[in-house]
Design a protein around this ligand. Structure first.
Ligand code: ARG
Length: 260
């Protein structure tokens, strides 16, 4: 782990403290111009991308990446950047972007042409996969035909589920509730991103079906037309995905790095 990464951890802790306990403008670093605040919509129901720890902090790959960006921008641009999360349900993030309530959405987003947003460059390789209760007779994507599938409301998993022949699709707002329902056999399978599926499989009571419904990548989103914000974020993504910290974090959270 490089020292930049360790320093970043400290910056992240400080940023969170500021969000938690004051609405005053953030103090600027010595010699720098005024601070820039970027507000980010996040739905922390999607470990290892984002979840909440027992103290209520938002943790995971996405928050660590955002903390890296904050450190990087502050160094590169010569002024203090505060990248702050605002928690909301996943299906609300794009609405909030369009209403200028937030500047970015960072929440394990995958591409969908139905979303009228500005897309960044990709940052993680992923897929939509099916997760079933252990011992299920469903072992391949083909077996999903005619079954009861659950996916997150407004997610690409929901679109993929709706394309499965004769399937019944339940849209659920919170991903954690999908897995509670799956354990109780309310659904036959859940459609989620690969990294998320893997975590539930590791928890012991689920299996991942062979094959994928969609092969894709994760992106950051901004309001449609806000190319200035996306250019700034693409600069961060380029530096981040070339850094050693990127591979360290992919490994730590068991997510797939982009193929170079
Ligand atoms: N990748 C999927 C999509 O963009 C699901 C993302 C869900 N993210 C979350 N934090 N719940 O639609």
């Amino acid at each position: 782990m490089t020292s930049k990464f360790l320093k970043m951890g400290l910056a992240a802790t400080m940023a969170c403290t500021m969000v938690a306990c004051s609405s005053q403008p953030a103090a600027t670093e010595e010699g720098s111009e005024e601070a820039v605040t970027i507000t980010i919509g996040v739905s922390p129901d999607y470990a290892p991308y984002e979840s909440k720890d027992t103290d209520g902090n938002i943790v995971g790959f996405d928050p660590d990446m955002v903390a890296w960006f904050e450190e990087y921008l502050t160094e590169e641009e010569g002024k203090t950047y505060n990248l702050e999360f605002k928690e909301m349900s996943f299906d609300n993030i794009i609405t909030q972007l369009q209403g200028d309530q937030i500047d970015l959405g960072v929440s394990g987003f995958t591409y969908s042409e139905e979303r009228a947003v500005e897309w960044s460059d990709p940052y993680i390789k992923t897929a939509q996969v099916a997760v079933v209760p252990e011992g299920s007779s469903i072992t391949s994507i083909d077996d999903l035909k005619g079954k009861h599938l659950a996916a997150q409301t407004g997610a690409t998993g929901e679109i993929a589920a709706n394309e499965v022949e004769d399937a019944t699709v339940s849209s659920v707002q919170n991903v954690q509730d999908i897995f509670t329902g799956l354990s109780a056999n309310q659904y036959d399978a859940a459609i989620v991103d690969l990294g998320v599926g893997k975590q539930y499989v590791e928890s012991g009571s689920f299996t991942m079906v062979d094959g994928t419904l969609l092969d894709e990548e994760n992106y950051i989103v901004a309001k449609e037309g806000n190319t200035e914000m996306i250019d700034l974020i693409n600069k961060c993504i380029a530096a981040f995905t070339e850094s050693e910290d990127y591979l360290t974090l992919c490994d730590q959270y068991d997510l797939l790095p982009l193929e170079k």
